[in-house]
Design a protein around this ligand. Structure first.
Ligand code: COA
Length: 256
């Protein structure tokens, strides 16, 4: 399998699994990842996803230069050949964590950018080397990077292709946390467990409001927030959350 997909309690694990090519993304990886994400999206028992790469050297070094890049040329001008669905978001309103265990380059970094939270091992490296190949990122990198880190730093990374290390990635706000390589997966799982504690539907709505609101006016964003809250106040979990607080007990959320 180019992507290993497994479920553990409320958490789904996606592992990019082509260590012989430093987990470069080929057509099979894209297909398997899309299929796994669709399953994750529709399985109500799963609340958070963690994506990582096999081995200690790479999260992913991006699009497979041998097999995927030639397709960019073949598909030139075909509007439907645009970024694979996984980079368009799948309306996946469940939190995704990238556990970055080495190189996150090009499409590898773009996968991490499509996640909500990034945790890096100390040996992680982040870069957009596309300009060194004569192209620019094609899976959202030029759009998401400057929305996540300061534009001047994004410009430096996008124009030079030079990577930054985990410490610099933390300094510019690209990653939430840097940990020792051996602690990476437990740190990602700890974060996932924290996200699993509050009301699941509220967490999903928070992601939806945050991402959809980012491209709207403040007023439109607040209208979206109200629409989502109008729905959340009708849920059982809202009753449970309020009652539990007032009776000084832990809430037992059902995601309903
Ligand atoms: N696509 C396909 N294969 C890739 C790859 C990619 N993006 N990146 C690395 N590989 C393959 C190499 O061809 C090599 O395979 P081989 O042993 O069959 O020759 C294997 O992964 C190991 O890579 P190698 O370059 O030998 O390791 P390294 O430690 O010397 O360098 C990198 C590691 C990540 C710095 C280097 O591989 C690199 O720059 N890769 C390209 C990254 C990139 O430009 N990504 C954006 C693509 S749009």
């Amino acid at each position: 399998m180019a992507v290993d997909y497994r479920k553990e309690g409320k958490v789904a694990f996606f592992t990019l699994n082509r260590p012989e090519a430093l987990n470069a993304i080929d057509a099979k990886s894209l297909e398997e990842l899309s299929r796994a994400l669709i399953d994750f999206k529709s399985d109500d028992n799963l609340l958070v996803g963690i994506i990582t790469g096999t081995g200690e050297r790479a999260f992913s070094v991006g699009a497979d230069i041998r097999s995927i890049l030639p397709q960019f040329k073949e598909n030139k001008g075909k509007p439907w050949s645009g970024p694979p669905t996984i980079f368009r978001g799948l309306d996946l309103w469940k939190p995704m964590i990238a556990a970055v265990n080495g190189y996150a380059l090009g499409g590898g970094l773009e996968i991490a950018l499509a996640c909500d939270i990034r945790i890096a091992a100390e040996n992680a490296t982040f870069g957009m080397p596309e300009v060194t190949l004569g192209i620019i990122p094609g899976w959202g990198g030029t759009q998401r990077l400057p929305r996540i880190i300061p534009q001047a730093k994004a410009a430096e990374m996008l124009f030079t292709g030079k990577p930054i290390d985990a410490r610099e990635a933390y300094r510019v706000g690209l990653v939430n946390k840097v940990v020792r390589p051996a602690e990476l997966m437990s740190a990602a799982q700890e974060m996932a467990e924290l996200i699993c504690r509050p009301a699941p539907l509220a967490v999903r709505a928070a992601k939806q409001a945050m991402l959809l609101g980012a491209d709207r006016s403040l007023e439109d964003g607040m209208a979206l927030e109200k629409t989502l809250n109008d729905y959340l106040v009708t849920t059982e979990d809202f009753e449970e959350g309020s009652n539990a607080f007032l009776s000084k007990r832990k809430p037992d959320f059902k995601g309903k």
